[in-house]
Design a protein around this ligand. Structure first.
Ligand code: VGL
Ligand code: ZN
Length: 219
C-alpha cells in the first residue's frame, strides 16, 4: 500500500545533493563556472538538522559512454546530435567510473548521506536525472529506484542543490515533481553549465510546479 501525503502531513523533507564531483568543479574536465561557490552552503545544510534525509548523486560513466564526444569520430564537445529521437549534447569525457574526476568533493560531509545514487552507468544512454535515465533506444526512461527509496522513507518534499543547474539539477527536479514530491530548488546552491540558461530553467521548473528557494530562507 502506498503512503500518500496530505496537506496536513506533507511528509519529511530530503536534501538531494547533485553531482559534486571533481570533474564538475574548477580544474575538472566539465567544470561548471563558479561551481565551487556552492560548497560551503551545501556543507552547512548537510550538517544541519533541517532535513530528515540526505541523498547524494554521482555521475558515473563507463569510459565508452555515448554522451562523450570522444565516442563520435569528428564530433567535438558541446556539439549535439539526435539520439533515439531526442537531442543529445556531446560532452568532454567526464566522471568516468573509478577515476579521480568522478570523486565526490572531499570537503563535503558525505557521512551525512544515507545513500549515494550512481547514474549514467548505461553506456548507450545518458542520465541527467537521478530519478530516471534519459530516453533509451526503446524510447523509455528507466527509473533508478530513488522515488521508491524516498517514499519508503516517508519523504514528501525534495530540496535540490548541486551541479549543474541546467542539466542534472533541472532534470532531477522535473522528475521529482512528476513523481509527486513537493519539489524545491535551492537556487543559490546551484550553478549552470550555460550562463544564458537561467530564464529557460526558471520557466521549465515553474511549469512543473517546482519552487525556487534561497538557502538563507532555510536555516
Ligand atoms: C551533468 C552534463 C553531463 C550534470 C552530467 O551533472 O549536470 N551535465 N553529465
Ligand atoms: Zn555525465
Amino acid at each position: 500500500m502506498s503512503q500518500t501525503s496530505t496537506p496536513t502531513d506533507p511528509g519529511g523533507a530530503a536534501l538531494l545533493v547533485v553531482d559534486l564531483q571533481a570533474d564538475f568543479l574548477p580544474g575538472g574536465s566539465l567544470a561548471v563556472p563558479g561551481g565551487d561557490a556552492v560548497l560551503p552552503g551545501i556543507a552547512r545544510l548537510m550538517e544541519s538538522s533541517r532535513f530528515a534525509l540526505c541523498v547524494a548523486t554521482q555521475d558515473w560513466h563507463p569510459p565508452d559512454h555515448i554522451s562523450f564526444a570522444s565516442q563520435h569520430p569528428g564530433r567535438r564537445p558541446l556539439e549535439t546530435l539526435e539520439l533515439y529521437g531526442h537531442t543529445q549534447v556531446l560532452w568532454p569525457d567526464h566522471c568516468v567510473q573509478g577515476t579521480p574526476g568522478a570523486r565526490l568533493d572531499p570537503g563535503l560531509p558525505w557521512e551525512r548521506a544515507a545513500a549515494i545514487i550512481r547514474k549514467g552507468t548505461d553506456p548507450t544512454c545518458d542520465s541527467y536525472s537521478t530519478f530516471r535515465n534519459n530516453w533509451n533506444r526503446e524510447g523509455r526512461r528507466p527509473p533508478t529506484g530513488l522515488a521508491g527509496l524516498l517514499r519508503e522513507r516517508g519523504i514528501g518534499q525534495v530540496y535540490l542543490c548541486g551541479l549543474a543547474r541546467d542539466y542534472c539539477v533541472k532534470w532531477s527536479a522535473e522528475d521529482a515533481a512528476d513523481a509527486g514530491f513537493a519539489t524545491f530548488v535551492i537556487w543559490d546552491l546551484t550553478r549552470p553549465v550555460d550562463a544564458d540558461s537561467d530564464g529557460m530553467v526558471r520557466e521549465a521548473l515553474s511549469r512543473r510546479g517546482v519552487v525556487l528557494v534561497e538557502s538563507s530562507r532555510l536555516a
